[in-house]
Write a protein that binds this ligand. Structure first.
Ligand code: ZN
Ligand code: MN
Length: 487
């Protein structure tokens, strides 16, 4: 890592131009903090984890504050959930992992240290060495660790100008899973796609609800080839990640690789990153084993039990859709990524076999509105397409109209007098008329795809309700007949 043959842009005293370093390779590594929002209590005490609806500093106890005489106890369910995430991200789960103290002095930490995990100096995090595949690209997962959330600081105005900050410790001690990637991501768009996939994976496990404010947060390490590593903190939502990364990449490029190693804060309101402090080195945290907690032991057979009990995650579901229903990879992926759409598809698939047609119509037309039409009604519409009584375009229009007006789909089809011309003899007769008027095109159509398609177009012009596929089949038959072959 870090080595590169790419030459550095020449340094000059003149203000750098953006293009100067624009061909330098960007490397992005992400650290995602994900709250296990499905837990009832915090990571080391029995305080309620439902802090969002509470008044500040209401959900706290002596353990949250590490008062003398108190001892933390690990939430077993948190270990189970972290194991599920690790398995979903193809990680190796450690049979014995350790908690460490990460010491730093900041008002959001009531104890003066965060109980976390560590992968150096004898530390073992709960899982490591996984990967997530995003649109054909593999992003490696370095490690997954369990740790406690710090409290929440609220600043007056912006972080760099605020004269005071308010602290709420309700969040202190909430169970977090930190997911660290290798610097495999090359631009903001890839980062966004990775995070969306990660979120859908974790949500499909039922351990966290990424919709909740602050439930998933992201820090990003960005460096240009040869340049220093800059950490951007406090990106509060995935929507902001793309903006923050684009901003920071551009900022570093204008410095032609002269960026210094530092921690910067993403200021959402102003859409810029601002320098916070020079980056802490690991020794600044004085990591050491947490003396008040036993190692976390997970037997191999416990891991198997968790694996078997896990709900199907999105990518497994997508693979199943391709295999069992013959869906195209795109439809399979889009359905599987959306819980509402995929369960609607599952219900429809029990009623009929037009899987690919169903999937296309669901993905294309129903997103977010799948509860407004019943599976039976929807399957009825798909059957009309499959039997050739209406065209796919008509089906889409009928569905849109039904969603707009609230009328039953079948009624819309009748009202609009939708029908495909299903009578093949009528279409064959029409083809005869069309080709008779265009003998030259007919001669070409046997060997020239363009002429063939031209004739189909002419037939559809005369009869827009004919199914293109049916016209193509009959026209092909007609051509073969002409050549004296059997049809
Ligand atoms: Zn507590
Ligand atoms: Mn962390």
């Amino acid at each position: 890592m870090g080595k590169s043959n790419i030459p550095q842009a020449p340094r000059s005293r003149r203000p750098p131009r953006v293009q100067a370093a624009s061909n330098l390779k960007v490397k992005i590594g992400l650290e995602v903090h994900c709250q296990l929002t499905s837990l009832k209590t915090k990571l080391f005490c029995s305080c309620s984890s439902d802090y969002r609806a509470s008044e500040p500093n209401e959900k706290i106890c002596q353990v949250c504050f590490g008062l003398p005489g108190t001892l933390p106890v690990v939430n077993a369910k948190a270990v189970e959930y972290a194991t599920m995430i690790a398995l979903a991200l193809n990680c190796k789960v450690a049979n014995r992992s350790l908690f460490y103290r990460k010491n730093y002095f900041y008002p959001d930490l009531p104890k003066g240290f965060q109980i976390s995990q560590y992968d150096k100096a004898g530390g073992v995090p709960i899982a490591s060495s996984g990967f997530v595949d995003v649109e054909g690209k593999r992003v490696r997962i370095t490690r997954i660790q369990l740790e406690e959330d710090p409290g929440k600081l609220t600043y007056e105005g912006t972080i760099d100008k605020s004269s005071y900050s308010l602290v709420d410790y309700n969040r202190a001690g909430i169970a977090l899973v930190e997911i660290v990637t290798e610097p495999d991501i090359e631009d903001a768009r890839e980062a966004k796609m990775f995070l969306e996939k990660l979120r859908s994976l974790i949500e499909s496990l039922g351990v966290s609800n990424g919709e909740l404010d602050g439930a998933m947060r992201c820090d990003a390490n960005i460096s240009l080839a040869g340049g220093a590593r800059v950490e951007v903190k406090n990106i509060s939502s995935f929507k902001e990640v793309e903006k923050a990364l684009n901003y920071e990449t551009l900022r570093q490029k204008t410095f032609s690789g002269n960026a210094t190693s530092e921690t910067r804060h993403w200021d959402e309101r102003r859409s810029i990153t601002i320098a916070l402090r020079s980056k802490e080195e690991e020794q600044d945290y004085r990591y050491f084993p947490e003396p008040d907690l036993q190692p976390v032991l997970i037997e191999p057979q416990q891991i198997e039990t968790v694996r078997k009990a896990m709900p199907e995650v999105a990518h497994t579901k997508a693979t199943r859709y391709e295999k069992d229903f013959g869906l195209s990879p795109q439809f399979a992926r889009e359905l599987a990524a959306n819980k509402g759409l995929s369960s609607f598809f599952d219900e429809c698939a029990r009623l009929d076999h037009g899987y690919q047609e169903m999937a296309g119509l669901i993905v294309g037309e129903l997103s977010g509105r799948e509860h407004e039409v019943s599976p039976a009604e929807f399957v009825g519409l798909v059957q009309m397409i499959e039997s050739g009584s209406i065209t796919r375009a008509q089906a889409k229009e009928a569905l849109r109209e039904a969603l707009r007006t609230g009328k039953p789909v079948r009624e819309v089809v009748q009202l609009k007098k939708f029908s495909a011309v299903g009578d093949e003899r009528a279409i064959a007769a029409l083809i005869e008329r069309v080709v008779a008027a265009r003998p030259d095109a007919l001669k070409e159509a046997g060997r020239d795809k363009k002429a063939f398609n031209y004739l189909i177009g002419q037939v559809l012009k005369e009869e827009p309700k004919a199914q293109p596929a049916v016209v193509a089949r009959l026209l092909a038959q007609r051509l073969r007949g002409k050549q004296g072959k059997k049809t």
